[in-house]
Design a protein around this ligand. Structure first.
Ligand SMILES: Nc1nc2c(ncn2[C@@H]2O[C@H](COP(=O)(O)OP(=O)(O)O)[C@@H](O)[C@H]2O)c(=O)[nH]1
Ligand SMILES: [Mg+2]
Length: 198
């Protein structure tokens, strides 16, 4: 056994939003640096694992894909359980997918931990002639709802790595914050106990 090996943390990251906004294509672009033209049907729930190094720590990113609206209600709880981050997708060439972001945010708020990090993703930025949602509209909604915002293209890879980096860094920072709070609380409890014993 290599005792020098760094511990591996696991970040569960969800992909939600209307189909076909490009969630599966994004995950494939990130994981395999590939793009497929044909529609990729997502069956039930599956995830891809990717390892990144952040602040000298090895992090395993568990990227959970979904089949969008077809997802079964009964799976929702399992899906959200333990999730630390979520990408909320819309297709920037499809106004309805942007309107529906509000429903997806509601679902996140109902089912996830309040510390979950959210990022709004406007995908298909390569389709410059069919844009229906302005960059500024995405940014405004994200600001209002306390989310990060980025426009990406799974087709040419633009901002795909960047999006994952921003989200996972924010998760790590949040996790470190929570850990610190927990340690402080433990110290306070110990002090209280000692004072009572005096
Ligand atoms: N032009 C373009 N097409 C994309 C992009 N991302 C996905 N697509 C296409 O959009 C369709 C739906 O993609 P998919 O990943 O299956 O969407 P999902 O239902 O959200 O998982 C497929 O035909 C993809 O090839 C993108 O960034 N640009
Ligand atoms: Mg899919």
């Amino acid at each position: 056994m290599d005792s020098q090996k760094k511990p591996i943390q696991i970040f569960k990251i969800l992909f939600i939003g209307n189909s076909p906004s490009g969630k599966s294509s994004f995950i494939i672009r990130y994981s395999d640096n590939e793009f497929r033209e044909n529609y990729i049907q997502t069956m039930g729930l599956d995830f891809r694992l990717n390892i990144v190094e952040l602040k000298g720590k090895q992090i395993k990113l568990q990227m959970w894909d979904t089949a969008g609206e077809k997802r079964m209600r009964s799976l929702t709880t399992t899906y959200y359980n333990g999730a630390l981050g979520v990408f909320i997708f819309y297709d920037l060439t499809n106004r309805q997918s942007f309107v529906d972001v509000l429903k997806w945010i509601e679902e996140v708020e109902q089912h996830s931990n309040k510390n979950i990090i959210k990022m709004l993703v406007g995908n298909k930025s390569d389709l410059i002639n069919s844009r229906e949602v302005l960059f500024e509209e995405g940014q405004k909604l994200a600001d209002e709802k306390g989310m990060f915002f980025i426009e990406t293209s799974a087709q040419n890879g633009n901002n795909v790595k960047q999006a994952v980096l921003i989200l996972s860094n924010a998760i790590l920072t949040k996790q470190e914050e929570l850990q610190k709070q927990e340690e402080l609380q433990k110290q306070e409890e110990l002090q209280n106990q000692e004072e009572q014993q005096l």
